[in-house]
Write a protein of this length. Sequence first.
Length: 140
Amino acid sequence: MPLQTFRYAVCGGSNVVFSFAMFIIVYHLIAKKQDIDILFYSFKPYSFALIIYGLTSFTMGFFLNKYVVFVDSNLRGRVQLFRYFLSFIFNFCLNYVLLKMFVEYFHIKPVLSQVIATVIIIAVSYITQRHFTFRTKVTV
């Protein structure tokens, strides 16, 4: 296994475990499996937990990927951050659609639905991080 892939697996795994713990805490203890009303919108408890999951995952994931996994990337930090944000938004939207589909259409429990969605997102995320966000620029 290449070192970069190993680092991605370890850092990504750590990030997933931490963020997933946040998902469970928010879903069970904060939202208490009930809709959350914020201003003019009512969030499903799993959607609200996904937002918190996303915020923790974004922050921790960027720093781990930049400083541990893709250290050979020669793109500027702000370019990496912007690209990471774009790939994060794509993955977050995909996660939302998958979570909603698994919960509302297939009637799978929200926590198990998030586990399934996470497995899919990990594969998509690795490809986007490696080939878009933290790619190495070819210098002439």
